[in-house]
Design a protein around this ligand. Structure first.
Ligand code: HBI
Length: 353
């Protein structure tokens, strides 16, 4: 039994979608490890909510999303920073825990690591984004070997310390996702609506094929969304908002395919395994995490990055995919049990060293 202190991402309250994929990771790892009898406390910004997990809410101003910044951006903290307040709280309570697990993709947690008595594991949720973060992460990877975890090898490869990263993959609570054998004539796109996710390519593909595209996720960049609506006025698209897992899977499972169009190196792509769990094939640019998830031609298609015509070609080949294989792959590789085993194994290794 371990006593674990999870320190969340400071860009948004858990459960709002503002924190992107890492929100699902915090929920799922906390849920699975608590289920196994470990004591978990999650510390996150005010307004955070997790299913069945107690959250200590910390006030303060949210951190700017790092992917909106340039590589040479200075280290920035807002006044009354929620990130600083979270770590101030952690310092006070650290003696009650065996391990602190950091889920923030920010400079401060790495800088503070040597100042803490309690061991710290850092789960990083994206690929390389800024020079200051690369440097401090490399320092911690070198000073505390084995304490940096990532989703995928392709994400790790964006860093100089790739070989020291623990590859943890991802996982979801499969009981929340219902397999749908017979889809309606629609496509689906999921994720934070922001430039790095290149929603415009999926909209362009929907316009060419004439297949309606359902869009779900938090509008993180309103101007970006307005531009898409402006540029593609006659595209068959429908925005369904940011839904809870239960409603999302109901809406998504009826789709013929999920389109994933990342402009950046997608660290994992939790949306891909959510789709597979519903039996929905995934058509994705061959970039980052999806290249390690999708079995090309079996559970979806990997498309030449940034090629809309490639997306269209894949959409027209969907008949060859057996939707049951998609669900099968989710069950064999992305269950919560498998995820819990990987994280537990990682924590045990850290505590032994
Ligand atoms: N930006 N500064 C900062 N800190 C984070 O923890 C962070 C972020 N941007 C996005 C993000 N985390 C999550 O959405 C990742 O899952 C992508």
């Amino acid at each position: 039994m371990l006593r674990l202190l999870f320190l969340s991402t400071p860009v948004g309250a858990l459960g709002t979608g503002q924190g992107g994929g890492v929100e699902l990771t915090v929920q799922n790892v906390a849920q699975e490890l608590q289920q196994r009898g470990n004591r978990i406390e999650v510390v996150a910004p005010v307004g955070s909510k997790l299913q069945g997990i107690s959250v200590t809410e910390i006030p303060g101003n949210l951190q700017v999303a790092v992917q909106t910044q340039s590589r040479d951006v200075p280290i920035i903290l807002p006044d009354n920073s929620v990130l600083a307040n979270i770590w101030g709280y952690a310092r006070q309570v650290q003696s009650n825990y065996d391990l602190i697990v950091n889920f923030a993709f920010d400079w401060l947690p790495f800088y503070l690591t040597p100042w803490f008595d309690c061991p710290i594991a850092h789960f990083i949720s994206m690929g390389s984004l800024t020079d200051a973060l690369d440097r401090i992460m490399a320092q911690i990877a070198q000073q505390y070997p084995g304490t940096i975890g990532v989703y995928t090898k392709s994400q790790a490869n964006t860093f100089s310390f790739a070989d020291q990263c623990e590859i943890l993959g991802s996982g979801i609570d499969l009981s929340l996702y219902q397999f749908c054998p017979q889809p309606e004539n629609s496509l689906v796109w999921l994720g934070r609506i922001a430039p790095e996710k290149a929603l415009e390519d999926a909209v362009a593909a929907a316009k060419i094929t004439g297949i309606p595209l359902k869009i779900f996720g938090k509008i993180q960049d309103q101007d970006y969304w307005n531009r898409i609506c402006q540029d593609f006025q006659d595209a068959p698209i429908e925005y369904g908002g940011f839904l809870s897992t239960q409603h999302l899977q109901q809406a998504m499972s009826k789709s013929r395919a999920l389109l994933m169009t990342p402009r950046w190196v997608e660290a994992f792509g939790n949306v891909a395994i959510e789709a597979l769990a519903c039996g929905v094939p995934v058509i994705a640019y061959a970039r980052g995490g999806p290249t390690e998830i999708i079995q090309d031609g079996m559970t979806g298609f990997l498309v030449e990055p940034d090629s809309v015509s490639g997306l269209v070609k894949a959409i027209n080949s969907l008949a060859q995919i057996n939707r049951f294989n998609c669900r099968q792959q989710a069950e064999s590789e992305y269950s919560l049990t498998a995820l819990g085993d990987r994280f537990r194994h990682w924590f045990t290794k850290i505590l032994k060293s």
